[in-house]
Design a protein around this ligand. Structure first.
Ligand SMILES: *[C@@H]1O[C@H](CO)[C@@H](O)[C@H](O)[C@H]1NC(C)=O
Ligand SMILES: *[C@@H]1O[C@H](CO)[C@@H](O)[C@H](O)[C@H]1NC(C)=O
Ligand SMILES: *[C@@H]1O[C@H](CO)[C@@H](O)[C@H](O)[C@H]1NC(C)=O
Ligand SMILES: *[C@@H]1O[C@H](CO)[C@@H](O)[C@H](O)[C@H]1NC(C)=O
Ligand SMILES: *[C@@H]1O[C@H](CO)[C@@H](O)[C@H](O)[C@H]1NC(C)=O
Ligand SMILES: *[C@@H]1O[C@H](CO)[C@@H](O)[C@H](O)[C@H]1NC(C)=O
Ligand SMILES: *[C@@H]1O[C@H](CO)[C@@H](O)[C@H](O)[C@H]1NC(C)=O
Ligand SMILES: *[C@@H]1O[C@H](CO)[C@@H](O)[C@H](O)[C@H]1NC(C)=O
Length: 835
């Protein structure tokens, strides 16, 4: 003030001094990091932390004119706001102030001096001050305490908005439950609270969770005292690893998470974005931008319970979601369409869930299947185990579905559904999922059996070689060799036979994945007993899967027995049954896949007819005859096919015919021992008269169908196609030509000239014998085979057939269930003959 007293020009001196004061205030203002009672910060002014890292002041978000008080990084041009005071009540003009109110609290006032925000702490001192620290924390404390860490009445770190900064403590207290600390902005330009929150779920072992309103959106997996188990990359990202710390438990049971950057000079922040994604960002000084170190949820698989309960998500899999082994989709159709939210359910009840009486019968204890590299399910109970193992603990309670014994956590049990499980490429944990014995058995038992056999054989071979060596030594001494050496080879045969009787049961998931969830694209067609899908097993083998329509007249055991019997039928002209798959109502037969599909696609297709010359057609006729003979006579079961037709003859890559759908009548429970049935299964045009009209069937009704098929192969025309064009049938037509001595006219013009006339005429003759009205006069398949092979010099003379099944088979009294077949022209019908 010397200047003023010595001055002769008071006005200029006053102006000058005013200027100096303003200058010093302005300078002071830029460096200042505290406000005390009576001071205030206007819009446009700010507090800056001592190290010039953080700044507190008024700001408007991008594309908004509303004013908020917030904290951001001081020296960084790309403004990153880490905290907002009045996020619910913005100021509409630039007349706002930040000050310390009469009650000692920090306040934001609008232009009319109305408080739009208050720190709202119970302050006992009359002399408070607010201090912005270099870690971004704004502290309200006694003004005398500034600089010596006195009591804070309030601090912004305890009331964060959407950002976690290093040094901030996030409380974990099981007694208080979920602690939703961070709340996202509503949008990029609106800091008011949005739909997403992030915080800690203390249950079991604490984990970080992102919620979308009430629902969980993502979780980090349980803390194992080093990393969060659901984020295995934490162990490889060095900037991430070891940053998190969980404090020791305090006397009131609470703990807190902190995060310390690997290098204290890093500018790091975690933020829950308005789009629901958490990001960890680091300021890259050289690129002058925020780089994202990690982001959660990183992909769909990270979304909470993406595959539903008991599902497993695999981001790299061809289909993201699969059911855990032993589980099947709850809503099959939805699952197939990619709506996985309903999840999976147990295929088979746990042993402990069954009633005692039942339990007695089907034996085995429940066991566990190990899943490797998984994100452990949510809602675990961590229990203490004394002398017992974690496994025992789980087995003690039937509601325990899984356990995991994890370093750093202990024994975890899951007593409800298994929620939010995903599989990692590497890292993750071992999860032991409880399954009934029957679901575990299969593979491991077979492999045990195989191992046992190998061991036995190995021991025998070893014994044999020792014995040989010994004999050899004896022989060299001039003694005789015994020829009795059958032991080991008998054992090998015995072993493989024992294994061979077991029909492979395919896992439902395997089949579902193999056929791309029975997608339309994989559908080969629809046979009489259900749709057929193409599939590829993981080992690369092509298969055809027949899904039997629901109503087979049999119980499960009967069904299995039938399948096992049918699987034993093996002949080069029968399609091979590889196994079956049963899931509740769903029953499937797995066959070898036939690349050339079915015969009807060749012989009735003008474009392909010529591909089958007479030699091939004759080979096909012979093959079918042999296959049928095997079914009728040589197999142990005496199968009557009852639905022999062109679409049921499949062709392998060398055009060898293979009969399919044999044994279906057995599976569907039509009694094979009676010659009369009240359910008729067959196809118009192929049904023998006595069968179509009276339900009488025998091997001879199959012979009739064979005769029709034979005539179709020779002529290249469908029996049924005549009905429309000539109001007759193929059989009638064939008979007329045969009778007039013009049988060669019946032959498909594509092959007529190149065929051996004798052979063709013989074939037609056999065909005419097969389609005679009276079953008695029809030959057996054994004679058919002989006749075709020209072993019988003279053939009987056929009688004129008068019956055509498609005219007379449809009776008002018949109840019919018809299914579309591969080719729209034939219908397989099942009818109940009215009594
Ligand atoms: C301030 O705190 C009291 C109780 O501590 C509460 O009732 C009041 O709603 C709070 N006011 C604001 C603006 O947060
Ligand atoms: C605080 O100051 C106000 C006046 O500014 C006075 O009325 C009040 O009694 C004081 N309270 C305490 C606890 O010092
Ligand atoms: C601001 O508005 C511009 C133009 O409409 C838009 O491109 C930009 O994304 C907006 N920014 C934010 C943060 O919403
Ligand atoms: C928040 O939820 C509401 C209601 O569910 C919705 O309309 C809005 O789009 C959501 N906002 C965001 C950013 O997802
Ligand atoms: C921390 O980072 C600074 C600047 O990036 C670097 O100079 C320093 O060496 C780092 N310190 C450590 C311990 O890595
Ligand atoms: C998915 O399935 C659930 C029930 O399982 C149903 O509520 C939901 O509407 C389905 N979503 C779609 C897109 O079909
Ligand atoms: C077990 O027995 C109880 C009553 O004894 C019965 O209500 C329940 O349905 C039975 N459960 C099964 C799976 O049979
Ligand atoms: C099994 O667990 C359930 C659910 O936690 C519990 O209610 C029940 O008491 C337990 N039973 C036994 C025998 O421990």
């Amino acid at each position: 003030m010397d200047i003023i007293s010595n001055s002769k020009h008071p006005v200029s001196v006053i102006l000058l001094s005013f200027f100096l004061i303003v200058c010093s205030l302005a300078h002071f203002g830029r460096a200042v990091n505290t406000i005390t009672k009576g001071q205030s910060i206007k819009d446009g002014e700010s507090l800056i932390s001592n190290g010039e890292i953080f700044e507190l002041g008024f700001f408007s978000p991008e594309n908004s004119s509303l004013r908020y008080v917030g904290i951001w990084y001081h020296q960084i041009d790309e403004k990153a706001v880490v905290w907002v005071a009045n996020r619910n009540r913005p100021i509409s003009d630039e007349r706002g102030t930040l000050t310390i109110g009469n009650d000692g609290n920090l306040m934001v006032l609008n232009g009319n001096s109305i408080a739009v925000w208050s720190s709202n702490a119970s302050v006992v001192s009359n002399n408070t001050a607010a201090l912005l620290e270099d870690d971004g924390n704004l502290i309200l404390t006694n003004s005398e305490d500034i600089g010596n860490l006195g009591k804070a009445y309030w601090q912004s770190f305890n009331h964060p908005t959407d950002t976690h900064l290093p040094g901030m403590r996030v409380g974990v207290n099981s007694a208080l439950g979920e602690n939703r600390v961070f709340t996202s902005w509503k949008s990029a330009s609106d800091p008011s609270p949005g739909n997403f929150t992030m915080g800690v779920d203390p249950q079991g072992s604490p984990q970080i969770v992102i919620w979308e309103q009430l629902k969980r959106r993502w979780r980090s997996g349980q803390w194992n005292s080093v990393i969060f188990t659901g984020v295995p990359t934490m162990a490889t990202l060095t900037s991430f690893l070891f940053g998190f710390k969980l404090s020791p438990r305090e006397s009131d049971g609470s703990m807190y998470f902190t995060y310390v950057p690997a290098n204290a000079s890093y500018l790091l922040r975690f933020r829950i974005g308005w789009d629901g994604n958490e990001e960890q960002l680091r300021w890259d000084g050289s690129a002058k931008k925020w780089s994202v170190i990690q982001k959660q949820p990183a992909d769909d698989c990270e979304l909470y319970n993406f595959c539903g309960n008991f599902g497993i998500c695999n981001a790299l899999g061809s289909t993201k979601c699969t059911c855990m082994e032993g589980f099947v989709p709850k809503h099959f159709e939805q699952w197939r369409m990619g709506n996985w939210s309903a999840g999976c359910i147990r295929r088979t009840q746990l042993q402990c869930q069954r009633n005692r009486s039942e339990a007695g019968e089907s034996g085995g204890e429940d066991g566990f299947k190990v899943f490797k590299n998984v994100k452990l399910p949510d809602f675990a109970d961590v229990v203490s185990v004394g002398q017992e193992t974690c496994k025992d603990k789980c087995l003690q309670n039937c509601s325990c579905n899984a356990y995991a014994d994890i370093n750093g956590i202990g024994c975890m049990l899951w007593r409800g559904e298994l929620i939010d499980v995903k599989s990692f490429e590497k890292g993750g944990n071992l999860l032991h999922v409880r399954l009934p014995d029957s679901e575990l058995g299969g593979r491991s038992k077979i492999s045990n059996a195989v191992i046992a056999i190998i061991v036995v054989i190995g021991a025998l071979l070893l014994g044999a070689s020792v014995w040989l060596l010994w004999r050899f030594r004896d022989m060299s001494k001039g003694q005789e060799i015994s020829t009795d050496f059958s032991g080991p080879s008998d054992m090998v045969v015995g072993g493989s036979q024992v294994n061979g009787t077991d029909l492979p049961m395919f896992n439902f998931n395997t089949i579902a994945v193999a056929t791309n969830y029975f997608s339309e694209g994989n559908k080969l067609g629809r046979g009489g007993f259900g749709p057929v899908h193409k599939g590829k097993l993981p080992e690369g083998q092509d298969i055809a899967v027949k899904r039997l329509s629901r109503k087979s007249g049999q119980g499960l055991e009967e069904f299995k027995n039938e399948i096992i019997l049918i699987a034993k039928l093996q002949h080069r002209n029968l399609v091979r049954l590889l196994g079956c798959c049963i899931q509740g109502e769903e029953k499937m037969l797995i066959y070898e896949y036939m690349p050339n599909k079915s015969l009807d696609l060749f012989i009735f297709d003008p474009a392909k007819q010529a591909l089958l010359d007479w030699t091939k057609r004759f080979a096909i006729i012979e093959g079918i005859a042999r296959g049928l003979l095997y079914l009728h006579r040589d197999s142990r079961l005496r199968i009557i096919h009852r639905d022999l037709k062109a679409s049921n003859i499949l062709l392998d890559e060398d055009m060898n015919p293979k009969i399919s759908d044999f044994g279906m009548a057995r599976i569907f429970g039509f009694n094979q021992n009676e010659a009369n049935t009240n359910r008729v299964v067959g196809t118009y045009g192929y049904m023998a008269p006595e069968y179509a009209m009276e339900g009488l069937f025998s091997v001879k009704s199959d012979v009739y169908s064979f005769g029709v098929l034979l005539l179709e192969i020779v002529s290249g025309r469908r029996n049924t196609s005549f009905r429309l064009e000539e109001n007759s049938s193929l059989i009638e037509h064939a008979w007329n030509l045969w009778n007039e001595g013009k049988a060669m006219d019946l032959v498909d013009p594509n092959i007529r000239d190149s065929s051996s006339q004798n052979q063709v005429l013989r074939c037609i003759h056999v065909g005419m014998l097969c389609v005679q009205d009276s079953a008695m006069y029809r030959p057996t398949m054994a004679s058919v085979v002989l006749m075709l092979e020209n072993e019988t010099p003279t053939l009987p003379v056929p009688r004129q057939p008068t019956f055509t099944s498609m005219r007379s088979s449809v009776d008002g009294d018949h109840f019919m269930e018809a299914h579309d077949t591969v080719s729209s022209n034939d219908l397989t019908v099942t009818m109940v003959v009215g009594r």
